[in-house]
Design a protein around this ligand. Sequence first.
Ligand SMILES: Cc1ncc(COP(=O)(O)O)c(C=O)c1O
Length: 362
Amino acid sequence: MQKIPLVDVQAQYAPLRAQLEARFSEVLESGAFIRGPHYWAFQEEAAAYLGVKETVGVANGTDALVLVLDALGIGPGDEVICPAFTFYATAESIVRRGATPVFADVDPDTLNLDPEDVAARITPRTRAIMPVHLFGRPAPVDRLTGFGLPVIEDAAQAFGAPGVAKLGTVATYSFYPTKNLFCLGDGGLVATSDVELADRVRMLAFHGSRDKTDFDFVGYNSRLDEVQAAMLRLFLPQLDAWNRGRREAAARYAELGLGELVELPRDEPGHIYHLFVCRSPERDRIRAALAEAGIASAVYYTTPLHLQPALRFLGYEPGSLPVTEAAATDNFSLPLWPGIPAETQERVVDVVRSAVGVGAKA
Ligand SMILES: Cc1ncc(COP(=O)(O)O)c(C=O)c1O
């Protein structure tokens, strides 16, 4: 029985192997590993791709958030509204700055921030709103900008989703190896058309300096490595085709009748399916059957951020974010990557069908 992984990143980069090796050799020959030519070129190419004036390559997506919060002057006494149904780093970055995450609930159809709940949580101390483009689905940034506060788009899961990074004040990305645009290790990016903000982030990421001789701020050491930038320059031109491949795979799951068995992620043209996250009250039974058949699956944020031990000091009780807590109990993801074979998807659907019973709607 051939095992089916949740994602197959190696299948994505296999066709580029010769080019990747050549690039790697070139960087080795050059001896330039920090802020070399690929680092600067990738930042320009990423800005052009995203349709923003500037990008800053940083060490990872978590640092990207911390640096942006710092550059915006957000710290102790300030509140930032964000979802609790997201990866821990979203809120961790706020706490790392000494500021307070204020969790708003998510929309049950999209699992992205619910603008009405955000509105209800704004106080005189609110300094920013941090939506997450969850699982590759664009969050309603157009509705969040209307509150007159900076909007920090946590776009770690959504490189290439249309519209993302254009409406908010600034967007942050992660190049963790399973992301839509990934590198071969850790990497991150800050994208913005606010040139002063970009300049400040760039300095903060470089010890608060322009030249490592004069230090204007107390900063960080957080840079995208030259080797990673070199790899990213080969991956970026593939991204649109990869994201199309993700959308095609999601459409195929629907064609195969998966929607009669579990609740599918609602499709919309901008969704680039970083993950294919379904919902079912029978998820544990389904996952056990998949595991038995050698098929990987995963669940996300089963303890949402407001209930995580490290954030209990914020005082949220179970029941305080009902839509988030419901999603935590019934979400699960199925294998999806650009170019996933049709037979693989058929096998997945067959196993889900036998687990829930033919024709049963979860
Ligand atoms: C929504 C979200 N925010 C932030 C991060 C942090 O990115 P990194 O792992 O590159 O620090 C991730 C990914 O890991 C993420 O999914």
